[in-house]
Design a binder for this molecule. Structure first.
Ligand code: TRP
Length: 443
């Protein structure tokens, strides 16, 4: 297949926006603030930052290098470098598909809230508002279909004409809107209490649980271990400085997570609410704040629009991984691949959506279907993918080739090259391995 047919990024700015669009998503805006709220605030944040520095950047670079070298989807790029290892890519492809199936459900909720704020239909009792919506049969499904169709339409238009273009429009708005909300939040009365909770670490709150959640969060937020960066890297030209790009992507993602914390937690504290609500923090607690603010509907609308942009650019990346596999390996044309996958996704998303209502029974290892998929992907598949990625780069892929790939054949000066390889070979796998044992209950 010619290069043109496969697609390529139009520019390096476009690539960085698309890749950070993949990274910046519900993980940053919805999960990070509630995880921090639940896991002791500053204590969680500091561990999170340590993991981003220690492993986030390194793994993004590693994945990207595999993709650019292989120039194919997640499966074929691994397989191209070493026969038999395609399975690692395949694990990533399957996992990202599973993640997308429940990501769509939350994406649908976001659209519903956006509509409610726009049409002034948000009610004071946000608990009832939220619970009666998510537990109904049809309306959440309708919204998830809206989200799915938008995602599919973008992916259908291809790499530079769809994904890159959409990211170039949505990402700048996301940054601007987020800054508006942060300014509003940190200037509320008593906002300082929330800011302190979020940024001042109380080291006594660091537990194994906090560390485990922080690691899972880093993987999720940076889209790691799932062949996403392999796929996005495969559309890169040979002269891109991947070291610099990986650094910028990790930095932007972390920056947005921190801003999301500052957008949500000070507002929550200012109105005297608890930060420990968990997943409902963004859907129940935060709308309560908007309801009491002057111009609250406006701020609510802006907030959910920015979350929608973030969620869409991430969902697009999750879908692209599977599309690339069907196009490169199974020789589908793009349109057929997108339509086929969308239908399967729709079916897979149904039990997740119904997990909050009719299908709430905790029959999957003591969890409902939605929580079970989340647990499986965040705590097992993502770290497992990361671990195999490290082993692959550290011990399977020829060291000379790895070095040549990340430095563009010696053209780029990467002073930390040896440190990076050392981290990937020894330190990161050990950390992930311990965490993996912990999450399956052995440690
Ligand atoms: N990183 C995205 C977020 O923060 C979600 C996401 C996109 C993702 N691609 C992924 C998570 C791949 C895990 C693996 O919301």
């Amino acid at each position: 297949m010619s290069k043109e047919q496969r697609g390529n990024w139009g520019s390096s700015v476009g690539f960085i926006l698309a890749a950070s669009g993949s990274a910046i998503g519900l993980g940053n805006l919805w999960k990070f603030p509630y995880q921090a709220g639940r896991n002791g605030g500053g204590a969680f944040v500091i561990i999170y930052l340590a993991f981003v520095i220690l492993l986030g950047f390194s793994l993004i670079l590693g994945e990207m290098a595999i993709g650019r070298n292989g120039k194919k989807d997640g499966y074929s790029s691994y397989e191209h470098l070493k026969k038999g290892w395609g399975k690692v890519g395949l694990l990533g492809i399957i996992t990202s598909f599973i993640i997308l199936s429940y990501y769509l459900v939350i994406g649908g909720w976001i659209i519903k809230y956006l509509v409610d704020f726009l049409t002034n239909q948000m009610t004071n009792d946000t608990t009832v508002h939220f619970n009666s919506f998510i537990s109904s049969d049809y309306s959440p499904i309708l919204y998830l279909v809206l989200f799915l169709v938008t995602t599919s339409a973008i992916v259908l238009k291809g790499v530079s004409g769809g994904i890159e273009k959409a990211s170039k429009i949505m990402m700048p708005f996301l940054f601007i809107f987020l800054i508006i909300i942060v300014i509003r939040s940190v200037t509320l009365p008593n906002a300082m209490v929330g800011i302190k909770f979020f940024l001042q670490p109380d080291f006594s709150k660091i537990t194994a649980e906090v560390i485990l959640s922080a690691l899972g969060q880093v993987f999720f937020s940076l889209s790691l271990g799932m062949a996403i960066m392999v796929t996005y890297g495969s559309y890169l030209p040979a002269n891109t400085n991947m070291v610099k790009s990986s650094f910028i992507i990790a930095l932007l993602d972390t920056f947005v997570a921190l801003l999301a914390g500052l957008a949500i937690l000070p507002a929550v504290f200012s109105f005297g609410y608890e930060p420990t609500a968990g997943p409902s923090l963004m859907f129940i607690t935060l709308p309560k704040v908007f309801e009491q603010l002057p111009f609250g509907n406006f701020f609510g609308f802006i907030f959910f629009l920015l979350v929608l942009f973030a969620a869409l650019t991430s969902a697009v990346s999750l879908l692209e991984v599977s599309v690339a596999y069907l196009v490169d390996k199974r020789k589908f044309d793009r349109k057929k691949a997108v339509i086929f996958l969308s239908v399967v996704l729709f079916i897979l998303a149904l039990p997740s959506s119904l997990s909050f209502g009719r299908f709430h029974h905790k029959i999957f290892f003591g969890q409902n279907f939605f929580d079970f998929l989340g647990y499986l992907t965040d705590n097992i598949f993502l770290p497992l993918g990361g671990l195999l990625l490290c082993i692959f780069i550290g011990f399977v892929w020829d060291k000379k080739e790895v070095e040549a790939e990340v430095t563009n054949n010696g053209k780029i000066k990467f002073v930390l090259l040896k440190t990076w390889l050392f981290l990937i070979k020894y330190i990161i796998p050990i950390i992930i391995f311990c965490i993996l044992l912990k999450s399956i209950g052995i440690l």
